[in-house]
Design a binder for this molecule. Structure first.
Ligand code: C2O
Ligand code: CU
Ligand code: CU
Length: 473
């Protein structure tokens, strides 16, 4: 071939390659995928939410100021996303309270719309719960006070207003509420916040080309995103020394279930569920978390070598990466036993109730009805212990599972499909996943007066009406 022909061929090939490249970019609806997560040759580091400062000097009283506000967040280089946050542009600070403490919250709404702040998992009176009855109008402040009276646990907070819960959470309103008590003080587990005790708020989001969130609420069965955020950063990295690391995991997604594993199938220990510590650490390789659920795990990184890279995954989704660092003296331990979990007394049960979660997409119902804020669906007397049997239908198309949550209480799982629940579900919980065709029996006590919600924690299902309310008197 002559030189001229060679040159022509090269030009043709070059043009073809550029063409393929352009089509590739053009057809990619999500230009910033999980894999495009490299900043200056380094992965994004895991942000650690700040601990909110208690404004009260008296250690028996806490005063916390929270402002719901609008902001801009850079999830990608040179692109900013309009977001919402508490005291910042996305997500919020961690609020730490102690059992026995009187807590005064001052929640200011600087948004242009109504909001509310619900303390998910907190056992407080109905007027402090922050559900749809405690709307905070723009420019106003809501100031609930309560005494913390429940075991150490990882709880969280998020909006709960009719019609905009799902979108406000999606845009960034969520934060962690940590309860500590004398048991958590005494345990020699990792508890140095931000050092060996790390919160992981796991969420999924989709983005438009201009960087804004793509919240497509007409998606069937809740909004799923194609990009994973942990503490507000896209599939970030955390450097860990060769020590015990405790992670407080929150499934903060609107609708996605996570099946959490380490990429090397390594083992870890689950030490807590939604409402606090399990009786003893449960060794496993996998952790299932449906929306709203939390768990605490300890990973013993002393079993790894410097430079090891371990990815936290869910199926084929990358959540985040751990890069193992140096060996270091570690005085913490994974104890044989954690706490004694008190059990609610089945012989004191005064009512057995059934909850049927049905439907898909926008056609959802709870006990055949859709939520009505002017209707109380259930009355409970103060202190009553009840059994609730929660079922979901298996339909011809298979049906789907729903994470069922009750406000203002922590319950225990008695059985799943007639069988004793797994060790991971034997602690206190406030959200339980009920798979398609499953029946889950829980035992629950209502210790405070007021009106409380119970609902599916797929936020789009909740908003489509898969929610009821009960009144404790
Ligand atoms: Cu996470 Cu009704 O709440
Ligand atoms: Cu809740
Ligand atoms: Cu649901």
């Amino acid at each position: 071939m002559s030189g001229k022909w060679k040159l022509a061929l090269l030009i043709v090939l070059g043009v073809a390659l550029i063409g393929v490249g352009l089509v590739g970019v053009y057809m990619d609806d999500f230009p910033w995928s999980n894999t495009d997560n490299v900043v200056d040759g380094d992965s994004r580091m895991l942000p650690i939410p700040v601990l909110l400062v208690d404004e009260n000097e008296d250690e028996n009283i806490a005063d916390y100021n929270i402002v719901a506000q609008q902001g801009q967040t850079s999830f990608f280089n040179n692109v900013s996303t309009p977001t919402l946050g508490y005291n910042g542009s996305f997500l919020g600070p961690v609020i730490k309270v102690r059992r026995g403490q009187l807590v005064n919250m001052h929640v200011q709404n600087d948004l242009a719309e109504d909001t509310s702040v619900h303390w998910h998992g907190l056992e407080v009176g109905g007027t402090s719960d922050g559900g749809p009855h405690q709307v905070i109008r723009p420019g106003t402040v809501w100031q609930p006070s309560f005494v913390v009276d429940q075991p150490a646990a990882t709880l969280w907070f998020h909006p709960h207003v009719i019609g905009s819960t799902a979108i406000q959470v999606y845009e960034g309103l969520a934060g962690l509420l940590i309860v500590e008590d004398e048991h958590s003080d005494r345990l020699n587990i990792p508890k140095d916040y931000g050092v060996n005790d790390i919160p992981l708020i796991i969420q999924d989001r989709s983005f438009n080309r201009d960087g804004s969130f793509d919240y497509s609420s007409n998606m069937m069965d809740g909004v799923l995103g194609d990009t994973i955020l942990v503490n507000g950063a896209i599939t970030p990295t955390l450097k860990v020394d060769q020590i015990n690391m405790r992670f407080r995991l929150v499934n903060g997604a609107n609708a996605r279930n996570f099946n959490i594993e380490l990429s090397n199938r390594g083992e870890f220990y689950q030490i807590a569920s939604d409402g606090g510590f399990l009786e003893k650490p449960v060794k496993s390789q996998r952790l299932f978390l449906s929306p709203g659920e939390r768990a605490e795990i300890i990973v013993d990184f002393s079993a790894y070598n410097e430079g090891d890279v371990i990815v936290l995954t869910s199926g084929n989704i990358r959540i985040m990466t751990f890069v193992v660092g140096k060996k270091r003296v570690d005085t913490t331990e994974i104890p044989e036993t954690l706490v004694e979990v008190a059990t609610l007394d089945v012989s004191k049960v005064t009512a057995i109730k059934t909850i049927e979660l049905n439907g898909m997409g926008h056609m959802v119902s709870l006990n055949g009805k859709q939520f009505d804020i002017h209707r109380i669906d259930d009355n409970v007397s103060l202190g009553a212990i009840e059994i609730w049997e929660i079922t979901t239908l298996r339909t011809m198309m298979g049906g789907m599972g729903h994470p069922f949550h009750i406000h203002g209480t922590q319950f225990q799982v008695l059985s799943r499909n007639g069988k004793k629940p797994s060790e991971k579900e034997r602690g206190f919980k406030d959200t339980v996943f009920v798979g398609a065709g499953e029946t889950v029996r829980i035992i629950v006590q209502f210790k405070h007066k007021g009106i409380y919600m119970y609902h599916c924690h797929i936020l789009e299902h909740e908003e489509a009406g898969m929610m009821g309310q009960l009144e404790v008197e």
